[in-house]
Ligand binder design. Structure first.
Ligand code: CO
Length: 182
């Protein structure tokens, strides 16, 4: 079991559109490590850039809701249609302790690839549909704080600054360690 560090708000990899997966042979180990990390952190979804990997890949497990007992690995996902509307409180492993009510479409149609590279198109709704939209946002550099009103964003501004500060400190300490390798 390999646990990866969850990248926190403030790191630039969480603000960019992730690269497409082209080498499907290279990803099984990453996916396994991501599931280990997500379960350890008690999340229901995780995007690859949240563990510092610049690839359009997400994992989701909402089996505790009994909607489904499937676990999901969705690669090169792209929402090609959406309709309806729902409001739901979301948290995020990259923004600890912040929970926000986010308005999103209730239904989405997603184009994606499976772990074998097979191309698929499916419709999703409910908690699974919402988790997919949250992770797709990550893979496009978007956070839940971008999806709320300026007023609500103001209310969490201080918390965001603190997370950002810690995130920058971590980056510096990693760089310092690397500078010892001569
Ligand atoms: Co998140």
């Amino acid at each position: 079991m390999t646990l990866m560090d969850i990248i926190q708000y403030g790191h630039p990899i969480l603000r960019k559109k992730c690269e497409k997966v082209t080498d499907f042979d290279a990803i099984p180990k990453l996916i396994g490590d991501m599931f280990d990390t997500m379960y350890e952190e008690e999340g229901i979804g995780l995007a690859a850039n949240q563990v510092g990997v610049d690839l359009n890949l997400m994992i989701i497990d909402v089996s505790h809701t009994e909607e489904t007992d499937e676990i999901h690995t969705l690669i090169n996902g792209e929402i090609i249609d959406s309709w309806g509307e729902s409001i739901f409180e979301e948290g995020c492993l990259s923004i600890p302790e912040v929970r926000l009510e986010v308005k999103r479409p209730e239904f989405i149609k997603l184009k994606y690839q499976t772990i074998n590279g097979d191309k698929k198109e499916d419709e999703f709704s409910g908690l699974l549909g919402r988790a997919i939209q949250h992770e797709i946002d990550h893979l496009n550099g978007v956070f839940i704080v971008d999806r709320v009103s300026p007023l609500v964003r103001m209310q969490v501004k201080k918390q965001l600054k603190e997370i950002e500060k810690e995130s920058n400190m971590k980056k510096r300490s990693i760089n310092r360690k690397e500078s010892f390798v001569l």
